[in-house]
Design a protein around this ligand. Structure first.
Ligand SMILES: [Zn+2]
Length: 408
């Protein structure tokens, strides 16, 4: 694909496509169609996801209404309680949560939610956006299944500007009203196979869903286009390994597509020698990185390759917050590639993630480098990356997947 073809895809997918929505499925069908245009036959594989339709979401503080969005799948609730802003999760601060509606900084992750429950919070408020931006956008959040594990308290998300006001005004009480219908829906993975000369398989992944305010050009139509470009290349070039391309749904909802894939294809994973994941490439500004959830040797190989090809790259051994992680957790060596934009020129998970961030020329170059790496792996007599997870990565996987709490 050339720059023009690539930019046209960004144009044609400039819409919000959250996991499990009709727009996400529209994009899955679009990607399948793109494969067909390139002469390749992809298929769409559904998987079940929790869905909800909000009927009512209100936040009143000291009797005054604050714009908010209710947390999906946080049940139904009508609670009024003292307001408390939790600035830190030390035991003293947490002990003050009892019987209160608690506002926290940052994302509602697994451990902070357990802290809130254990310390008797009756509702929660999160906020996002930026006090310095002109917009008053509010992201649509959800209480994820692996976070609530059946214990739900109602919560809302508000804009950062209002969060500051709640604290400035010395808010005393808050009231949350939440009404919604929860049901099971479906999200979809798009799968394309290019069979090789032997059973060993390399699986390429990139998610194509977006968050609620975002067209997701950079995060992650860019990686999805990258997969199309790589598939197009290998359709007419030798690869002794079999290649499977998976455009994952619902990554933004907690890697649901790659988790579903790994659960539904566990038997086939035995032949997977490597996962190559693309999450955010091709932005105009930014540095190219690789994150290897593999033995450390691969990080050296990739940085040597960068020098060999004259390609600036920063490589580290770590767990990446993307679709590579469910593969790594099944013992498949997984490597992610990304071009990370400086926060002042490109942010994600908001309405600013549009094709304005993207460069067709950079997309072509980024795809070329990933192809160069993949080609070495796909035509190696034996995939050189050890098919086992080192202990330091196992430890990081335990922390990332909330089986163990990070002591830091
Ligand atoms: Zn992403």
């Amino acid at each position: 694909m050339n720059c023009q073809q690539i930019m046209k895809i960004f144009e044609e997918t400039a819409y919000i496509r959250t996991g499990g929505s009709p727009e996400e499925l529209r994009c899955a069908e679009y990607l399948k169609e793109k494969c067909a245009e390139l002469g390749m036959q992809a298929r769409i594989e559904p998987f079940a996801v929790d869905m909800a339709t909000l009927q009512q979401a209100e936040l009143l503080v000291d009797g005054i209404s604050v714009p908010c969005k209710g947390y999906l799948n946080a049940g139904n609730g009508d609670v009024e309680a003292p307001f408390y802003y939790l600035p830190s999760t030390d035991p003293y601060s947490l002990s003050l949560c009892k019987g209160k509606i608690v506002m926290i900084d940052g994302y509602l992750g697994y451990w902070i939610y357990q802290d809130l429950l254990e310390n008797g919070a009756v509702g929660f408020i999160t906020y996002d956006g930026n006090v310095n931006y002109v917009d008053r956008d509010i992201d649509q959040r959800e209480l994820r299944a692996h976070v609530h594990k059946g214990n739900k308290i109602p919560g809302v998300n508000i804009n950062a500007k209002d969060a500051v006001k709640l604290v400035e005004n010395g808010t005393k009480t808050a009231k949350i009203l939440l009404k919604q219908e929860e049901y099971q829906g479906y999200s979809h993975n798009v799968i394309l196979d290019l069979p090789g000369e032997r059973e060993d398989t390399i699986v390429f992944t990139a998610h194509y869903d977006s968050t609620s305010l975002s067209q997701g050009a950079y995060d992650n139509m860019s990686g999805s286009v990258g997969l199309l470009g790589i598939a197009e290349y290998f359709a007419s070039h030798r690869h002794s390994c079999g290649l499977r391309f998976i455009w994952c749904g619902s990554e933004e909802r907690g890697l649901l597509g790659s988790k579903a894939y790994c659960a539904d294809h566990e038997e086939e994973l035995k032949n997977v020698v490597l996962n190559i994941n693309l999450d955010m490439i091709g932005c105009t500004m930014g540095k190219f990185i690789s994150c290897c959830t593999t033995e450390e040797k691969l990080t050296h190989y990739i940085s040597y390759m960068g020098s060999e090809l004259g390609w600036p790259i920063s490589v580290r051994q770590d767990v990446y917050s993307s679709d590579s992680t469910p593969f790594a957790d099944k013992g498949v060596p997984a490597v992610s590639f990304a071009r990370i934009a400086p926060p002042s020129t490109g942010t994600i998970h908001n309405s600013y993630d549009t094709m304005a961030l993207m460069s067709g020329e950079q997309m072509v170059k980024d795809i070329d480098f990933i192809v160069a790496f993949a080609e070495r792996m796909a035509n190696a007599v034996k995939c050189p990356v050890a098919r086992e997870m080192p202990d330091n990565m196992k430890e990081k996987l335990d922390i990332y997947l909330c089986r163990k709490r990070d002591k830091k």
